[in-house]
Design a protein around this ligand. Structure first.
Ligand code: ATP
Length: 292
């Protein structure tokens, strides 16, 4: 399921009324940012630099009071590590990841970033350090430049181009009639799925968060585009703590650690080879899926 289902709904609600120009753009960002579902605690702290160590300690969570989705989850993720969450649909991979930016708060237990309980961090400051790339990329009707700059409203021209370059967007930009000032979306040029993903990757290079959540696409792109995007995503994850809700075998194989989630919680963890050899759930999943 979509990781940011609710926030996206909220964005869509204000997008219609989004006026043109950067002033309107800023106002519109503020509308989103000042409507958190979750309030800061009075003693909440601002975190300026984040290393990216993450810890789930006895985390229990359910969307409804009588139906727990996560039960007593313990998980330690080291700064810079790339973690691939795998497991059957509905097991709770997306839910685990959506607790980190506090789209929901845990029922019991706690989640820490660099040892600090995330409920004690100002929401804005927490989310500033977490980047999200998902298949339904949120783009608004505006120029390519504005859509990239959404990653960091204070970015300079040079930084925007650098982000575009690192996300392999330059070629596309140069082909478009107005270049980086070409309007995309409803009233402009329609981008392909792969181009949209590149744009969201550029945005993340600009935002430069120490923690990254990648909700990997299940819908297929053509093989060539797919490989190029995989490469950009793997470049993006360098030096960041990366949590991937993984569907692609290459992602899973290259992860520092695979976390197998099923109805009972975290069932197994380890590297691809280790898990294949151990003959557990992952090994069976893997064989069923790829060795037919
Ligand atoms: P998939 O691979 O299909 O994305 P997943 O492992 O990511 O699955 P989740 O999306 O975390 O699983 O869902 C875990 C459970 O929580 C499912 O039973 C799902 O129906 C339920 N669920 C997810 N989001 C909500 C929500 N907003 N409200 C109520 N229940 C939800």
């Amino acid at each position: 399921s979509n990781i940011f289902f609710r926030p996206i709904e909220k964005i869509n609600a204000v997008i219609e009324s989004y006026p043109k120009g950067i002033a309107g753009f800023k106002r519109y960002i503020e509308i989103i940012d000042t409507e958190p579902d979750i309030a800061d605690s009075p003693d909440a702290i601002r975190m300026n630099a984040v290393k990216g160590d993450i810890q789930f300690e006895g985390v229990t969570f359910g969307y409804e009071p009588n139906r727990k989705i996560l039960q007593d989850i313990d998980l330690t993720i080291h700064a810079g590590e790339t973690i691939a969450f795998v497991g059957p649909s509905g097991a709770g991979k997306t839910t685990i990841c959506s607790l980190l930016p506090r789209f929901y708060d845990v029922d019991t237990g706690r989640i820490t970033v660099d040892g600090v309980d995330i409920r004690k961090i100002e929401l804005e400051s927490l989310r500033k350090h977490i980047g999200i790339v998902q298949q339904d990329v949120f783009l608004f009707s505006g120029t390519i430049r504005e859509n990239i700059a959404y990653g960091d409203l204070k970015a300079t021209e040079e930084e925007i181009w650098e982000a575009a370059r690192r996300a392999s967007l330059e070629e596309l930009i140069h082909k478009l009639p107005e270049g980086i000032d070409t309007i995309i979306g409803e009233r402009g040029v329609k981008l392909s799925g792969g181009q949209k993903q590149r744009l969201s990757i550029a945005r993340m290079f600009l935002k430069n968060p120490p923690i990254l959540i990648l909700d990997e696409a299940t819908s297929a792109l053509d093989t060539e585009t797919e490989a190029a995007i995989q490469q950009s995503l793997s470049d993006l994850s360098v030096g960041r703590t990366t949590l991937v809700i993984a569907h692609r075998l290459t992602t899973i194989k290259n992860a520092d650690r695979i976390i197998v989630v099923n109805e009972d919680g975290i069932a197994e963890q380890g590297k691809h080879q280790e898990l294949v050899v151990s003959g557990g759930i992952y090994s069976r999943l893997h064989h069923a899926q790829y060795n037919r």
